[in-house]
Design a protein around this ligand. Structure first.
Ligand SMILES: [Zn+2]
Length: 312
């Protein structure tokens, strides 16, 4: 009888510890930019993710048939909110503004234009009047020249290399790490919290998109980002990764950019004409990354342009 009850107790204990383990075990992160493969539903978006006590990302879908997120970051302080990037339409950026309101009564004071592309700026009219925009001079000139879309106000604060500021108690560095996905990519670093928002300098599991890129300079910008030793790297497209996965995925992106540049360079050295190279390119594991079919040919053309000395 006694032996039996010890057995029962032992079984109960085992069952309990297994169920506790099941509750606490994090499901493994599926390494993809595809919401469905990730195990999510399209109706889960837009969504706000808490990265740290006062730091959040906001993910909504990029336009187009292939679903992946455009990701923004916002930092809440007791002296207002700083937002890094907006979404691609006024309605979508209003969603971001409303998500910030749901988290804090603090007003938005700063909006950093980290990428000048329309999918990150076209909705900026939804930000409250009176916010201070922070932008790289190259991106400001590009947006002023573009025939449609949002135009930065004359009051925009220009950052050509680095601007360090304090908002509430939060140290915030606005950084130009070099030309990368655009000519004027800015990043937002929170050195106290070791969080780095890289906007389109980092595309998590999205094929390196090079329409307006500077391939070899982009690769160096990633090295500069890594040298800052953040714990959390936030991408401008693709999911927000937390914990050790964040660094792993950033390194995966460095390898992706290396591989894409190497493949285009191999074809160029072999004397393969650009139109033929577009057909012959072998992207290996990156062929399965989001946008590979549309961005692969663009990457070949851009790396060829750089190797031919035509990229100024
Ligand atoms: Zn984009």
């Amino acid at each position: 009888m006694r032996r039996q009850s010890i057995g029962v107790v032992l079984c109960l204990f085992l069952a309990l510890s297994i169920s506790t383990a099941a509750v606490h075990a994090q499901p493994p992160v599926v390494r993809t930019a595809d919401p469905i493969k990730r195990g999510l539903k399209l109706t889960d978006f837009p969504r706000t993710i808490k990265v740290a006590d006062n730091v959040y990302t906001y993910e909504d879908f990029h336009a187009g048939p292939e679903k992946f997120t455009t990701t923004n970051m916002f930092v809440v302080t007791d002296d207002g909110v700083l937002v890094a990037d907006g979404q691609g339409s006024v309605a979508e950026t209003k969603g971001l503004v409303d998500a910030i309101k749901a988290v804090t009564p603090q007003p938005i004071k700063y909006v950093v234009v980290c990428s000048d592309h329309g999918d990150h700026t076209a909705g900026n009219a939804a930000f409250p009047a009176g916010v201070t925009y922070i932008i790289h001079p190259t991106s400001k000139a590009i947006l002023e020249r573009s025939p449609n879309g949002w135009k930065p106000p004359a009051s925009a604060m220009l950052v050509s290399q680095q601007h360090s500021m304090k908002l509430g108690g939060e140290a915030i560095d606005i950084l130009f790490l070099g030309r990368a996905h655009t000519g004027g990519d800015l990043s937002v670093s929170l050195p106290q919290q070791k969080i780095l928002f890289l906007s389109e300098t980092y595309l998590n599991r999205v094929f390196p998109a090079m329409r307006s890129a500077y391939p070899s300079e982009w690769r160096k910008a990633l090295d500069r980002a890594e040298a800052m030793k953040p714990e959390i790297f936030v991408a401008g497209h693709g999911f927000t990764e937390l914990g050790p996965v964040s660094k792993e995925e950033f390194r995966a992106y460095q390898r992706a950019l290396d591989a894409v540049i190497a493949e285009a360079t191999r074809l160029h050295r072999a004397g393969v004409p650009v139109e033929e190279a577009v057909k012959q390119a072998n992207w290996g594991e990156y062929a399965s990354w989001t946008l590979a079919s549309s961005q692969g040919p663009i990457a070949i053309r851009k790396v060829y342009e750089e190797l031919n000395g035509q990229l100024k």
